[in-house]
Design a protein around this ligand. Sequence first.
Ligand SMILES: C[S@@+](CC[C@H](N)C(=O)[O-])C[C@H]1O[C@@H](n2cnc3c(N)ncnc32)[C@H](O)[C@@H]1O
Length: 191
Amino acid sequence: MAQKDKVKWDKKYEQTPTLLEQRDPSKKLVEVLAHVQGNNALDVACGSGKHAIYLAKNSFNVEAMDISSVALKVLDKKGFTNISTKLADLEGFTPAQNSYDLIVKTNYLDRVLIPKLANALRIGGVLFIETYMNHESNEKPNSNPNYLLAKEELKTFFDNHFEILLYEEFDNESYEIYRMKKQAIAVKRSH
Ligand SMILES: C[S@@+](CC[C@H](N)C(=O)[O-])C[C@H]1O[C@@H](n2cnc3c(N)ncnc32)[C@H](O)[C@@H]1O
């Protein structure tokens, strides 16, 4: 496990517990759910489980992975029997191929992981990604550009084996401290 990432995130959540409060799911994910068939879901970098909980309430069986034991403890305490949490480092992680009906990755960018998540979809499965973009209107100072998407970047990860169900660039949620641009994509594996 990348110990320094674990220490960083555990500390961040301990110092700012509001980050662990339950929030509404992404509006884009809510739109996309109508396109998902089957109930086997993976939420990577789940934090305290904003989306894992939303999916569990919508009858999915969810594997929820994160590097922070502080965040996963909060999720475990909610007691959802259809969420199984896994403390894991996603760097170097490869999920089993052809396994999931829905994979969700929000507010976390690891470009190497994206094609692996695409391969982990069953035929007909949906991958939903939403995270921050590099944009001149962003308010957050000192953001590491490696963790910010370029304009239209999420589209570049998918070939003709995938149908784009949704692609949008938009402003982040009003409860966040800084105004930032975000990008979301949902793709369906067609073959
Ligand atoms: C901004 S939070 C996003 C949480 C959640 N997906 C959401 O949208 O609310 C980023 C999450 O990525 C997790 N994370 C960071 N590096 C990680 C790694 N190498 N492996 C697994 N999780 C990681 C952090 O612990 C944190 O919970």
